[in-house]
Design a protein around this ligand. Structure first.
Ligand code: ATP
Length: 383
């Protein structure tokens, strides 16, 4: 091999070694570049502010009314990426300008049973003592239209959409509502006014709407709204967002009452201990316009209630029920029941199954003491 050929060989082998070492380096370079770009993307993603999940309430062209999680509503633009939107759809909205950016595939589906108690009660009229006149009125106003709607059509009158039961706590308002639900085989939907506005902040009005929808589906149905005053109290001004929320929920309730047909198989029963603070709008004709007072039972009423709650107890012969009834003056039905239960506990503590006179007296005294303590607490709180 001459020198020229040798030189050529050396050059070729160097070039070959370059070509074989260059390719892993290039490969490494490519991988590093890809990693850098991925990391850059990730950094960008972390920098983007979070988007808010909102509900579409109404769509008008390329604008929509959205409801943000705290319940406030805004009129905003819709990005073309959202596609077709309809009320109830969920979207992602920019936190600054609230424009709807993207539609989410989830829809807002309420499980109404998470918010209210739904049951088919088995309370019978016989479980209620001392409220015959009130029970009769409820039967006339609620039971009859549910059982015989055609009768009202023939006579040409429209029965009330709902009634308002008012009176002291523990006097049997819930019991009456359950009894009429049972006697009409209706679904009993119980909702507590204060929970609607405090526990499910921002959702009150929507839940009210859903409750009525649900009731129509499950008809015949009784919607029982306990503590109606916390929802429907007179308001001097609607200033704070909490008050606005209560007001929105109340307005929705009025809208629902005004909206559904009178002979629809849904009846509303409101209950309150504070009729004095109710907004008159709720008891206007066509709404809860039949007001029924549920009083603290008198002697005769207490006797009946006591009979109901002692019917499964074995009372000693020497217990003078008349005397017990007098000792329970001003007791509500719930307190009479509590006195019976306490008497039962005295017997259990003494390893007996029969109730003695002293058990009963002890039960009554215990309830009286508790009432006194509650009264003192109230005085401490409110002077
Ligand atoms: P609140 O205003 O506190 O909601 P309420 O008027 O709805 O009270 P209920 O829940 O119906 O009172 O009564 C509580 C319990 O007291 C009942 O489950 C029942 O055991 C007893 N009770 C109350 N009133 C009567 C009554 N008239 N006859 C028989 N039991 C009664």
């Amino acid at each position: 091999m001459n020198t020229k050929e040798k030189e050529k060989n050396v050059i070729e082998s160097v070039m070959y070694s370059y070509s074989t070492t260059a390719s892993p380096l290039e490969e490494e370079n490519r991988i590093l570049k890809e990693t850098v770009s991925k990391l850059k993307e990730e950094v960008e993603r972390f920098k983007t502010p979070p988007l808010m999940i909102c509900e579409i309430r109404n769509v008008e062209g390329n604008h929509a009314i959205i409801r943000i999680p705290n319940g406030n509503q805004f009129y905003v633009g819709i990005s073309a990426d959202c596609g077709q939107l309809k009320p109830g759809d969920m979207v992602l909205a920019d936190q600054k300008n609230l424009n709807a950016i993207r539609k989410l595939s989830i829809t807002r589906k309420f499980n109404i049973q998470k918010f209210v108690i739904v049951e088919k009660p088995d309370t019978s009229w016989a479980d209620i003592g001392g409220l015959d006149a009130q029970a009769r009125e409820i039967q006339e106003v609620v039971e009859l239209p549910l059982k015989k709607p055609e009768l009202f059509k023939k006579v040409g009158i429209t029965p009330p959409k709902g009634i308002l039961l008012y009176g002291e706590p523990g006097t049997g308002k819930t019991l009456l509502a359950k009894a009429v639900a049972a006697s009409t085989n209706s679904t009993f939907i119980e909702v507590v006014g204060s929970e609607l506005v405090q526990k499910f902040i921002g959702e009150g009005a929507k839940i009210v709407k859903e409750i009525f929808e649900f009731a129509r589906k499950k008809a015949p149905a009784i919607i029982f709204i306990d503590e109606l005053d916390s929802l429907a109290a007179k308001r001097v001004e609607v200033g704070t967002s909490g008050e606005r929320e209560v007001n929105r929920t109340f307005m929705q309730l009025l809208a629902e009452l005004d909206g559904f047909e009178p002979l629809d198989k849904v009846k509303v029963i409101g209950a309150t201990n504070r009729k004095d603070i109710l907004d008159p709008a709720i008891v206007r004709p066509g709404r809860l316009d039949r007001l029924i007072h549920i009083p603290i039972p008198n002697n005769e009423g207490r006797k009946e209630i006591l009979k109901i709650h002692t019917k499964n107890m074995s009372l000693d012969k020497d217990i003078n029920l008349k005397d017990m009834i007098e000792r329970m003056e001003n007791f509500s039905g719930a307190e009479i029941k509590a006195a019976c239960t306490e008497a039962g506990y005295f017997a259990i503590r003494d390893n007996r199954t029969n109730i003695t006179k002293s058990d009963f007296l002890g039960g009554i005294e215990k309830v009286k003491k508790e009432e006194l303590l509650e009264g003192n607490d109230y005085m401490k709180m409110f002077g």
